[in-house]
Design a protein around this ligand. Structure first.
Ligand code: NCD
Length: 430
């Protein structure tokens, strides 16, 4: 590069007519990383931007078509109107997002990080009540939605399980939803049937979030997964456009991968390697949709072949509770993602993800615990990201995202510097 990095980046932002925030989001890096690249070369905090970023930015500014696309000014109007579902402020599917709106949501999630990391508190949702209605097993989704709402100053009412709900007495989804709407200001619903959360949403005008509808979708999980990938890539100096993503396991019934593949497909030129046991392959409609968007899809039943060169390995649990006629008991050992296979097939900067829970029972062969102390394992950074992303979802759906920044106060207690015994220094970097 003949001009300095600082001049090159400033010139590119000017030509694209973008602010630092929007420029960082468009090229898929954290604002904090961009700030360090924009410092004068002699400065102490100056960092050299990765080669791939400079190539990508050069490509955009030199190509008229791309320049137009990336320079488009941010769409107008509040984010909640841009992602609305049939005119309502609800989150039922990742289909509601464009690349631009998803990155807008992530900028709000970034603003939530000081609260999620227990440095700041906010009360922007004071007085609001969340109804957390979970008709299927859950730990992290239910608690993290609840915690996210509480950390914005709201309160949470929970109901768990089918047996102890009025649905066991034959109450319809419509009646339950309408009744709950009189009690709470937003609802998160998890239900075993595909399409059921959309039915809940039809019976109410309060915000509804799909916390998982059977084998259908799990949009908040996919959002936090994508947020994690972008955060990790930013630390590693990688771009998501052109990356190789390996999805492993039960791709037929795993709703997290159904939402995730659609969300990732908003990016450019990805390679997806789908590695599933026979009979648990990704549904055809998702393969067609993803293929039409110009991505490469390779299906494989060999973990060893499929993982070669992957930037992300996303493993999933066998969804035995959703099986119809399938015989399979768990994964055979050759489907297990473990340290040996990751070392053999991937580089030092691969990230290993899983929506959790992982089935740690003997014979399940889910994601191995032998990667637990390996920094490439991102599963707990992933679960931690569930809080800021879910806070952002609530803030947007309830229209308070603009109030957060000025509402922040210091915490009064002293949280530990690292929340988990295995947390490395990586935890605080992005
Ligand atoms: C997933 C789910 O419920 O779909 N869990 C989660 O919400 N993180 C994955 C699973 O149950 O295997």
């Amino acid at each position: 590069m003949t001009v300095s990095q600082q001049v090159f980046l400033r010139d590119s932002m000017r030509r694209l007519n973008l602010t630092r925030d929007v420029f960082a989001a468009r090229i898929g890096v954290k604002r904090r990383a961009l700030d360090t690249w924009l410092l004068p070369e002699g400065s102490q905090e100056f960092r050299t931007m990765p080669e791939v970023v400079s190539r990508f930015v050069t490509e955009i500014v030199q190509n008229e078509g791309l320049l137009q696309k990336y320079a488009q000014s941010a769409q107008s109007g509040p984010l909640r109107d841009r992602i609305a579902y049939h005119g309502k402020h609800q989150l039922l599917s990742v289909d509601q997002f464009t690349r631009e709106s998803v990155e807008d949501l992530f900028r709000i999630a970034d603003q939530m990080q000081p609260i999620a990391r227990r440095q700041k508190v906010s009360r922007v949702l004071e007085g609001a009540v969340l109804g957390n209605l979970f008709f299927e097993a859950s730990t992290r989704t239910r608690v993290s939605f609840g915690a996210a709402f509480c950390r914005l100053g709201g309160s949470v009412c929970d109901t768990t399980g089918f047996t102890f709900s009025s649905m066991a007495k034959g109450e319809s989804i419509y009646d339950t939803s309408r009744v709950m709407s009189g009690y709470v200001d937003a609802m998160v619903i998890r239900h075993p049937e595909k399409g059921s959360v959309a039915e809940f949403a039809q019976a109410t005008n309060i915000p509804v979030v799909n916390g998982g509808d059977g084998p259908g979708e799990h949009p908040s999980q996919a959002l936090l997964d994508l947020y994690t990938i972008l955060t990790e890539f930013s630390r590693l100096g990688k771009l998501l456009d052109g990356a190789h993503i390996a999805l492993v396991g039960d791709l037929k019934y795993g709703r997290t991968v159904h939402s995730l593949i659609k969300l990732l497909a908003l990016y450019r030129g990805l390679k997806f390697t789908l590695i599933a046991p026979r009979g648990l392959e990704m549904p055809d409609y998702l393969l067609e949709e993803t293929g039409k968007q110009g991505h490469t899809i390779v299906q494989s039943s060999s973990l060893e072949e499929g993982l070669v060169g992957a930037d992300v390995i996303y493993a999933t649990r066998v969804q035995k509770e959703r099986f119809a006629a399938e015989e399979i008991e768990g994964y055979t050992p050759d489907f297990q993602v473990n340290k040996a296979i990751v070392d053999k097939c991937c580089g030092p900067d691969v990230i290993v993800m899983h929506p959790l829970p992982r089935d740690s029972r003997e014979g399940a062969h889910d994601l191995s615990v032998d990667l637990n102390h390996d920094t490439r394992l991102a599963i707990f950074r992933q679960t931690d990201n569930g809080i800021p992303v879910r806070m952002a979802i609530f803030a947007v759906l309830l229209g308070v995202e603009g109030l957060v920044q000025h509402s922040l106060r210091d915490v009064t207690w002293s949280p530990p510097s690292h929340i988990g015994p295995d947390d490395s220094i990586l935890h605080d970097m992005d």
